[in-house]
Design a protein around this ligand. Structure first.
Ligand code: SF4
Length: 622
């Protein structure tokens, strides 16, 4: 990789993009942690970056390239040359619904490409409260440490005592509470399990092996203390009040929000079963009547309406049992449940909690166990389990999850992940990965648009296909629209969960027009209400097109960085999707289907080449 070439290319992009400012001019700082000598310092983020990329994943990708070391290709220096960049929302602490998204950019140790994970937690808000818009972590600690960040400075608490601690133990130790939050890893991250996750506020901060990168850097926990009581917003208070009210009215009227509040994202299980994207028995089936037990109505009946949400998110989709235990969203419920032939929500809740406590990504763990169950039943992994092992039995599965995280017993081979297991067994036909990353929770034969963005390494939900019924043809076009919106909103710092209530649920006559005029709904989807709210909060004119523009800039940065990292997203598109989804129509769903992968990718690449051409023409870029 030639990092100098990348920096030169990005400087040309910066200059072109910065001609068209997308954010208010402000001085913003990043806190840089240099782990190699346990130091820290302030770094002023160049104004040009803020104007061109605002915040979130776009700014995170740009800062990642700024701090990436020249020797990132060498395995021995991978961990010290691969920075982690955490960016807060530009709308943080504004009071706008959905304004507290936090983005983490890093190079995945599995796919070797740049990834960004976005979640909603208080980490970004606390970072801003102590005066920073971004946290940049470079280098590598010599020994495991809890890194404690406060307004007064950074403390590195180094000790081998933390080794083997689960996330709950670490959180108790650092005192997670009303003013303090932490991103922590469990034993899986320490053991560099490729699907290890970083856990924050009872949820993973995303996939791609971030927990493994924390493990490489010897960060056991990143703990931050800070709070702010005053709103940070530049607009006129009365206009802000009125535009927030319009937004709340849309959210109140949204059937999607009502379903989420009633039964959480489990309400999507039924549509997954009907549309045929639900993973069942290691992706061999796409539906099952027993999915009823994991679906919204049943979850609501069994566990009641107790629910809450992430900070500042009005969707409130996170449900709990009467004992206060988190009920997993549909992604984890399907992968830890139906994908390994378990349809008992009580058991899935325990599995989910076990994955989080040991620092494993639940979706990826479900994929690995799906492989194990098929390998075992087909005689490929005879000596992996005792004869009485059953994936329906939590007295067997919970210890297996711990063994995967700690790399011991039968968990040791499984901890290498499905890709390595398929290769080791000389049979990759049911090892479902994309660029080495574990698949899930979609059987792509029922979710074509989702397959497009997942193949490109984005992995966020396609709101028009999964969370609504708008996307029924022109799948590549919907995939591009979804990418532009998700990356645009997240780069302003808004949660993408606002898309369905503000852009789909209030669409007049959805699905009817599309039969008469193809792609008509694609053209009608615009983030008008959200753009209006961002404008009133920031005092800067933000149009719906501005959000699309920022999404395209984010995509372009990731494209340029990945090209230098060895993955050309427009040319290296052969065979990214597991072949099973492209050639095997057999399943129990009433519509036989295979993903028309080549056709989808050709259209996607055509549309994305247009993105590059428009940017070049508009900004005189090449
Ligand atoms: S939609 Fe649910 S998971 Fe997403 S930010 Fe809102 S409450 Fe959190």
């Amino acid at each position: 990789m030639n990092i100098a070439v990348l920096k030169e290319r990005l400087e040309r992009l910066d200059q072109g993009f910065a001609k068209d400012d997308l954010s208010e001019k402000k001085v913003e700082k990043a806190l840089v942690l240099d782990l190699s000598d346990e130091s820290f310092y302030d770094w002023v983020i160049p104004e040009q970056y803020l104007n061109a990329y605002v915040s979130g994943p776009a700014l995170g990708a740009r800062l990642w390239a700024e701090f990436a070391g020249a020797n990132i290709e060498e395995p021995s220096t991978y961990e010290s040359n691969n920075p982690i960049v955490i960016t807060s929302s530009s709308l943080s602490n504004s009071g706008m619904p959905g304004c507290e998204s936090v983005s983490i950019a890093f190079r995945s140790p599995v796919s070797q490409t740049l990834r960004f994970n976005v979640g909603s937690n208080t980490f970004g808000m606390r970072l801003r409260a102590i005066g920073y818009s971004a946290l940049i972590i470079t280098g590598r600690l010599r020994r495991p440490a809890i890194v404690d960040i406060k307004r007064s400075g950074v403390t590195y608490n180094i000790s081998e005592v933390f080794i083997g601690y689960c996330v709950s133990q670490i959180e108790e130790l650092v005192g997670v509470g009303p003013m303090t939050t932490a991103m922590s890893i469990g034993p899986a991250g320490e053991q560099k399990v490729p699907f290890a996750a970083v856990i924050c506020e009872g949820a993973t901060t995303g996939r791609g092996g971030l927990g493994c990168v924390f493990g490489y850097k010897n960060i056991k926990s990143l703990c931050i203390t800070g709070f702010d009581t005053a709103f940070e917003r530049d607009g006129h208070e009365e206009s802000i009040r009125k535009s927030f009210q319009k937004l709340y009215d849309a959210l109140d009227a949204s059937p999607y929000c009502k379903a989420m509040q009633r039964s959480g994202s489990a309400s999507l299980v039924k549509s997954g079963s009907l549309k045929g994207w639900a993973p069942v028995f290691n992706f061999s089936r796409r539906t099952d009547p027993r999915l009823f037990h994991l679906a919204g109505d049943e979850v609501n009946r069994r566990y009641g309406p107790e629910h809450g949400g992430c900070i500042q998110c009005p969707i409130l989709c996170r449900h709990r049992t009467l004992n206060g235990i988190a009920i997993p969203g549909y992604e984890s419920a399907l992968m830890l449940g139906s994908n390994i032939a378990c349809f008992d929500m009580d058991k899935i809740i325990e599995r989910y909690a076990q994955c989080l406590d040991f620092g494993l990504d639940p979706v990826s763990t479900g994929n690995v166990m799906g492989w194990a169950s098929e390998a075992w039943s087909s005689g490929l992994a005879d000596n992996l389990f005792e004869p009485d092992f059953s994936f329906k039995d939590n007295s067997k599965v919970l210890p297996l999850i711990e063994m995967i995280a700690r790399r011991i017993g039968p968990g040791e081979p499984l901890s290498f992940g499905t890709y390595a297991l398929g290769k080791a067994c000389n049979d990759e036909s049911f090892a479902y990965t994309i660029m080495g990353l574990e698949c899930g929770p979609f059987d792509y034969r029922g979710a074509y648009a989702q397959s497009v963005s997942d193949s490109m390494g984005f992995w966020f939900t396609n709101h028009f296909e999964i969370n609504s019924n708008l996307c029924q043809k022109d799948h590549a076009d919907w995939a591009v629209l979804n990418e532009r919106l998700v990356m645009g909103l997240e780069s302003y710092g808004l949660s993408d969960s606002m898309i369905v209530p503000t852009m789909v649920d209030n669409l007049k006559h959805p699905n009817r027009l599309i039969r008469i005029i193809p792609k008509s709904d694609i053209k009608r989807i615009k983030p008008t209400l959200l753009a209006e709210n961002i404008s009133t909060v920031t005092g800067k004119d933000v149009q719906p097109e501005t959000i699309f523009e920022l999404g395209d800039r984010c995509w372009r940065l990731i494209y340029e960085i990945n090209r230098i990292l060895g993955f050309d997203m427009l040319n290296d598109t052969e065979n990214l999707l597991p072949v099973h989804f492209c050639i095997d129509p057999d399943s129990n769903h009433n519509v036989d289907s295979i993903v028309p992968y080549r056709e989808l990718m050709d259209r996607y690449c055509f549309l994305r080449k247009q993105t590059i051409a428009f940017q070049s023409a508009d900004l005189n870029l090449s």
